[in-house]
Design a protein around this ligand. Structure first.
Ligand SMILES: NC(=O)c1ccc[n+]([C@@H]2O[C@H](COP(=O)([O-])OP(=O)(O)OC[C@H]3O[C@@H](n4cnc5c(N)ncnc54)[C@H](OP(=O)(O)O)[C@@H]3O)[C@@H](O)[C@H]2O)c1
Length: 284
């Protein structure tokens, strides 16, 4: 009887350890989520373009947490990239139990000022890669049948209108609607689907986007580590909507409750006080 119980406990513990693929893991929220998953005993495949960053992250995850850590340096918007990523995850792990679609980008510019290349990058990264990767990984997760999680990183912009971010806000609305419907369609299966809705976070994103955040406003922003710590238990519970932090919950309420003309005026006034626009510096 005791042996039987021990076996049950062991089986339970084994189930708790997942193999998780995380995009956008070289920086910011994706990197912090990779650290959080690794700290909690999960195996991680970290994906982004900057190889040296990913190598350093994996060394840290192995050295500090004894984690199983792998990386793939890949532009996930390239032709065939989602399939290549999926195949690498299956090659490395066999079974994949977690997909975190975190990579995202957008210049902080009005529509008329966006370069055509940046416009395509937003659509390809924030919408197409999230959708294709979900499609590939969820079919695999359904077929192996073990408890699995998909996490799509949207933004408070998935609810509230963000000035100078028309395509970005649209892309994050897409991620929200898509994620909510996946959560619904996969209820009762082995896959739990969550949307993560951060607000201003102290990552590379604002600088790359072309936002110089004023000092007082930086104090209201969350660290990516805090976002990840708050998100992790909610992901394991399979929460459909994860909004870390009170300020972000207020921004979501502005988007949900107020009519657009009022919501955009409030958001614009907050942005104008907090942000100095500077040229975006995304690698072209
Ligand atoms: N920071 C915020 O204020 C904030 C607020 C709300 C929502 N979010 C969302 O949170 C997510 C993470 O943002 P973050 O703040 O952590 O930004 P970040 O620090 O700029 O990180 C973005 C990550 O995406 C990767 N990436 C970008 N383009 C890629 C591509 N073509 N192929 C593969 N990887 C690519 C970057 O790595 P490489 O450059 O090495 O490829 C990096 O690891 C995004 O979806 C963003 O929209 C951020």
């Amino acid at each position: 009887m005791i042996v039987h119980n021990d076996c049950l406990i062991l089986h339970h513990l084994e189930n708790l350890s997942m193999n998780v693929a995380i995009t956008g893991a070289s920086s910011g929220i994706g990197k912090a989520l990779a650290v959080t998953f690794a700290k909690n005993g999960h195996a991680v495949l970290a994906i982004a373009r900057r190889e040296e960053r990913l190598l350093a992250l994996c060394q840290k995850l192995k050295g500090e947490y004894g984690a199983s850590a792998h990386f793939l340096a890949l532009d996930i918007t390239g032709p065939g990239a989602p399939q290549a990523l999926f195949q690498e995850a299956v090659r490395v792990f066999g079974k994949v139990h977690g997909l975190v679609n975190c990579a995202g980008m957008s210049p902080y510019q009005e529509f008329r000022d966006l370069s055509y290349s940046h416009l395509c990058q937003i659509l390809d990264l924030n919408i197409r890669s999230v959708t294709e990767l979900s499609y590939l990984f969820m079919a695999h997760m359904l077929s192996h049948g073990e408890p699995s999680h998909v996490v799509n990183v949207s933004s408070v912009g998935g609810y509230a209108p963000l000035p100078r971010f028309s395509v970005y806000t649209g892309s994050k609305h897409y991620v929200r609607a898509f994620t909510n419907l996946l959560h619904y369609e996969y209820r009762g299966t082995n896959i739990q689907v969550s949307g993560l809705y951060p607000g201003g976070a102290l990552t590379e994103f604002p600088g790359l986007a072309g936002q110089q955040i004023k000092t007082f406003a930086q104090k209201t922003m969350m660290t990516p580590e805090r976002v990840a710590e708050m998100a992790y238990p909610a992901i394991l519970k399979g929460k459909r909507v994860i909004i870390p932090g009170t300020i972000n919950q207020l921004a979501v309420l502005i988007g949900k409750l107020l009519p657009f003309p009022l919501a955009i005026r409030i958001m614009e006034s907050i942005y104008d006080r907090s942000i100095e626009p500077i040229p975006p510096t995304y690698p072209s």
